[in-house]
Design a protein around this ligand. Structure first.
Ligand SMILES: Nc1nc2c(ncn2[C@@H]2O[C@H](COP(=O)(O)OP(=O)(O)OP(=O)(O)O)[C@@H](O)[C@H]2O)c(=O)[nH]1
Ligand SMILES: [Mg+2]
Length: 301
């Protein structure tokens, strides 16, 4: 199955809830007027796109409907898709990993799919012919290291780990040295999603980021915030909290398979001007793709 099919299948719940509601609006209004647009706006808001974003999309759609005299369901849907895509395309979505070595720091609250995404990204990079090292900087739980080890083995990446409970920044420090010694292309750092409290977590991330900035000054750096696509509006506050503490360069939205809340991705990009770089649509090693806004909106409407 191609990735687009996988994405479409995965996002089926988002799509059917969107599509069904939109078709119902078309059925209940005989023409595309203000009432119709109000109803459409409400659907977007209910689909977790977010209030401001929905208002903006419908505002732009209203102008186009007037200018282009759109009345047909398919034409209006197409215009709606394009307006959504415009929001998703506001920023540069490419990964900047041009130096050797370069580094990806992966952050996010617990259970969102950080370690799994690292496995998938490492595998992608390895397939591109890159030598990858992963750092097990989630030293909070022993199981976290074992899980990363399994993913590293699958992806053919080397792992740098230490015993449970050690300072994660020291793991990162060692990993940077080993990445250079092995002449690897990319270092990917896994971090803990839960510590004793939020302050510990953010302090730890700060410390890790400081080590990276100091030891890899010249390197290309990506700081990817992983968001669970099933969490809906909750995701918004997570982005806000992490943005305050880390230099986030992009988002990874996971678990878009089997959620009706995929619309949240559009609101997050709109509100934060952060690009989505990858999306996850399953638990397997190949279930992740570089984000493509056109495919994404096609998969939901
Ligand atoms: N369906 C689905 N499941 C996913 C996806 N990504 C991750 N998961 C699952 O989500 C669960 C948590 O994933 P992890 O990678 O362990 O999450 P984490 O952020 O590293 O969690 P902590 O280390 O506890 O903070 C696992 O059961 C994964 O298989 C996805 O795209 N789709
Ligand atoms: Mg993890």
């Amino acid at each position: 199955m191609g990735f687009f099919e996988k994405l479409k299948q995965g996002m089926n719940k988002t799509k059917s809830s969107f599509d069904e509601k939109i078709s119902n609006v078309f059925k209940s209004f005989r023409k595309v007027d203000e009432d119709f647009l109000d109803e459409l706006e409400e659907i977007l808001i209910m689909s977790d796109v977010g209030m401001d974003t929905s208002v903006e999309i419908i505002g732009n759609l209203r102008n186009r409907i007037k200018k282009e005299k759109l009345q047909d369901e398919e034409d209006v849907k197409k215009a709606l898709r394009e307006e959504m895509q415009k929001i998703l395309d506001v920023t540069d979505i490419s990964l900047h990993l041009n130096t050797k070595p370069s580094v990806i720091l992966v952050v996010g609250v617990n259970g969102v799919g950080k370690t799994t995404s690292i496995g998938k990204i490492a595998n992608r990079l390895a397939k591109e012919g890159k030598k990858v090292v992963v750092a097990a900087a989630d030293t909070f739980r022993a199981a976290a290291v074992e899980q990363l080890e399994i993913w590293a083995a699958r992806a053919g990446a080397d792992i740098v780990k230490k015993e449970e409970g050690v300072d994660p920044a020291s793991v990162v420090y060692d990993a940077i040295r080993i990445t250079r010694e092995k002449n690897a292309d990319v270092l990917i750092v896994d971090t803990a999603g839960r510590l004793h409290n939020k302050k510990y977590l953010m302090d730890e991330l700060n410390k890790i980021q400081k080590v990276i900035n100091k030891e890899m000054q010249e390197a290309d750096k990506e700081v990817l915030l992983v968001i669970d696509g099933t969490t809906g509006q909750n995701a918004i506050s997570q982005v806000k909290a992490f943005k305050e503490e880390a230099d986030i360069t992009g988002l990874v939205i996971t678990k878009l398979d089997g959620t009706a809340k995929g619309g949240v991705a559009i609101g997050i990009v709109h509100d934060n001007k952060l690009p989505i770089k990858f999306i996850g649509v399953g638990e397997g090693i190949d279930d992740m793709e570089i984000f493509n806004s056109e495919d994404f909106v096609k998969a939901i409407i």
